[in-house]
Each structure stands twice: as structure tokens, then as C-alpha cells.
Write a protein of this length. Structure first.
Length: 388
């Protein structure tokens, strides 16, 4: 059986309010707002009385310059009381080679073809549990058993939040949603899992409303998208691969952090049957790591893509906007492709990037995988994009 089919089986059977903050500049402690504790944490770090975690350090480096310094402290003081926005990276317009240049993958990764993309933005990190919980607490949703739906759409499940199911990273209790704690660790800055494609698209629409952008998705039928509206959306397959793998001076990298090799200091993936990197030594699945964990701290190697995205190989699979067709590369438009047009023959959406449960082959930046929009997995999440 193809490994893509195995992943699909896993997906099917497994499993203005603040931004939520786990990956947001200035929100050092990740509580969804820039406040005095953020000032004190960064001050104490600069005085060397405390050490920031890898994800806290990423949020503290907020003035756009390399490293953490007094300028970041000034930036946070000047933004006290504000809700941090999503950390988006601007990707300039340009062309790149899409597909498997080594000929080591599968037929659907060929032919290698040149794609020209307009300028766009993409999330530096995968969307976290804290961020998704903020959405659920703000949106009009209904909980039926373990499943969450939009209150006006009981057809398309968004996410599973079963309080009995230990693998859920978000729990529902007393009418509100909160982040789970596992092994005495908050899962707030870990990527959200058990989220369907519809759940990811609904999050994008909610965030667009919060930021004053036009919604991209129509939340009915096949949930068609109009990326020209300028709101947040799931990255197209081409946008995802360009952000993960392309470096103009080098070409196409095999993995999503400017390297052709992979090892446990650079990504969170499966080392073999029942063996995982699991950098936090969690006692049960999902063995996720905090977004941006592989930043050069805690025995890791700085492992961002050329443009600065983290976890594009491993951690969690990421939903893309496109419908999936194994023959699409043979007829794909050369400019701003958005995947094949929906039809009765297309039932899957594209998934990219590998996961904590995926072998190294599945973490290749050219690897194409698919899942039904209503499937969910403890190894599946997403990041966001926007066409400005």
C-alpha cells in the first residue's frame, strides 16, 4: 500500500478577541496580549536571571532585528495592552521549480515545472492550540459530543475536543474551550491537531473578520474560496512548497529548512516503528513539539526555511487550500496555480510537510499527500497564508 494511502487511513480513523498569542511577536508568555509580565520576563532574561524557552525567545525577538536585546524590550513597552497579530512572512513575487528534482518520489510529484507566484504572505509557524482555542471561544459554535461545529453549519465538523480523549490538545468544559496540560506541560504553543480542513478554513475566515479583511471561504457546499478577497486562507500547494523549499541562490531543498538531510536536531518526525524524535519526551501521543522549537536552542539546530518558516518538515501535516489530483502537475497553470477545479471526481484536499508520526520520506518538501476534508488526525494541523 502506498504511504500516502496509509496517511489517509490515519487521517480518517484518528483522529475583537485576542489572537491567542503562542507565536506572536511581543507576547513573550503566550497569553494572547502584550502585557507587563511580558516586559518583566524579557527584562529578567536580559539581566540573565531567567532563561527563555525556544518559543518564548522567538516571540521576544519582535523588533525585526537579529537576536534579543534592549530594542525588543522598548518595542514591547510601546505596545503594552495590544493584541499581537499573526506572525506573517512576506514572500516576494517570483518563479520557482515545483516538484521532485531528484526523481526519488512518486509520479504525482512530476513533472518538475516552473511556477510563477504573485507576492503573498505565509505564517511563520503552524497555528497553535492557544490560537485555535481563542477562535472557538469567540466564534458561534456548537459542541455535540466530542465534535465542534459552526452553529449554522452542523454538517462540517471543525475539530474534536473530547475531554475523555487524552490525545485532544483542546478541551471543552463549562461552556468554554481551554488548552490541555499533558505531562505538566501546557500544550498552548504546540500546533493544533484533530482539526479538519473545514476547521482550518473556518479559522481563516474568523481571523479575517478580526483583522478587517474580507472572508475568503463560503462556508457552505464545497466551501469554495476566492483568494482575491485579501483575507486569510490556507496556502495553495504552490505557495506552501515555495515557502518550504525554494532558495533563489540554491534551488530546491529536499527538506523544509535549507538542507537535503534530516536528523533529530532539525525536525520532529518518526525514526521508525514506535520510535519518534519526541523532543519533549511526552508520555503519550501526539508527540508534537512547540512551534519553532528547532530554533537553535535546547540542543537543536536553527531549522527555518529560506524565507523563515519553521516546522515545514515534521511536527504536524498541514492542510493546503487545493483539491488533490495526482495528475495535476501535468496540466497546472504556470502562474498562481490554485489546484484543479472541484468536480465529483475530486474528494481529497492536499496535505503537506510530514509530521511527528511521519517517516523521513514523508517530510520531503516535494511530497504530496491527501485527505478527505472531514478527516482529522492527531498528526494533522495547518498554517495560514494571505494574498495582500
Amino acid at each position: 500500500m502506498r504511504s500516502g494511502a496509509l496517511i489517509l487511513l490515519s487521517l480518517v480513523t484518528c483522529v475583537c478577541p485576542p489572537w491567542g498569542g503562542a507565536q506572536s511577536s511581543g507576547d513573550v508568555n503566550g497569553n494572547g496580549i502584550i502585557d507587563q509580565p511580558d516586559v518583566e520576563m524579557l527584562r529578567d532574561h536580559l539581566l540573565q536571571s531567567i532563561a527563555l524557552s525556544a518559543s518564548q525567545a522567538l516571540r521576544a525577538d519582535c523588533n525585526g532585528q537579529s537576536g534579543i536585546g534592549v530594542g525588543d524590550l522598548v518595542w514591547i513597552v510601546n505596545h503594552l495592552g495590544t493584541a499581537p497579530g499573526p506572525d506573517m512572512i512576506a514572500v516576494p513575487a517570483g518563479s520557482f521549480s515545483m516538484g521532485d528534482p531528484w526523481g526519488e518520489g512518486y509520479a504525482e510529484e512530476l513533472p518538475v515545472h516552473t511556477v510563477t507566484l504573485s507576492a503573498y504572505e505565509i505564517g511563520r509557524f503552524e497555528v497553535t492550540n492557544a490560537e485555535y482555542a481563542a477562535f472557538l471561544n469567540s466564534a458561534d459554535v456548537t459542541v455535540v459530543g466530542s465534535s465542534v461545529y459552526l452553529s449554522d453549519n452542523s454538517t462540517n465538523e471543525l475539530i474534536s475536543v473530547d475531554t475523555v480523549y487524552d490525545h485532544s490538545q483542546i478541551i471543552h468544559s463549562g461552556g468554554s474551550f481551554s488548552v490541555n496540560v499533558r505531562d505538566n506541560l501546557s500544550m498552548g504553543d504546540h500546533p493544533v491537531v484533530l482539526v479538519t480542513w473545514h476547521g482550518a478554513a473556518a479559522f481563516c475566515n474568523w481571523l479575517s473578520r478580526q483583522r478587517g479583511y474580507q472572508e475568503v471561504y463560503t462556508e457552505s457546499g464545497d466551501w469554495p474560496s476566492d483568494l482575491s478577497q485579501g483575507g486569510y486562507h490556507l496556502p495553495t500547494e504552490a505557495q506552501w512548497e515555495r515557502a518550504a523549499a525554494w532558495e533563489p541562490e540554491h534551488g530546491h531543498w529536499r527538506y523544509g529548512y535549507t538542507d537535503d538531510s534530516i536528523d533529530p536536531t532539525r525536525a520532529n518526525y518518526s525514526l521508525g516503528l514506535n520510535t519518534h524524535v519526541n523532543p519533549l519526551n511526552l508520555t503519550d501521543t501526539p508527540y508534537t513539539s512547540p512551534v519553532g522549537h528547532f530554533s537553535g536552542a535546547s540542543g537543536t539546530v536553527e531549522s527555518s526555511s529560506d524565507i523563515g518558516c519553521f516546522d515545514m518538515s515534521g511536527n504536524v501535516w498541514e492542510w493546503c487550500n487545493d483539491w488533490y489530483s495526482e495528475t495535476y502537475y501535468g496540466s497546472s497553470p504556470t502562474t498562481d496555480p490554485e489546484g484543479p477545479s472541484p468536480s465529483f471526481q475530486l474528494i481529497y484536499r492536499v496535505i503537506r510537510g510530514g509530521s511527528w508520526a511521519g517517516y523521513l520520506d514523508e517530510c520531503r518538501s516535494a511530497r504530496r499527500v491527501w485527505g478527505e476534508p472531514q478527516s482529522r488526525s492527531e498528526a494533522g494541523g495547518f498554517r495560514i497564508a494571505r494574498n495582500p
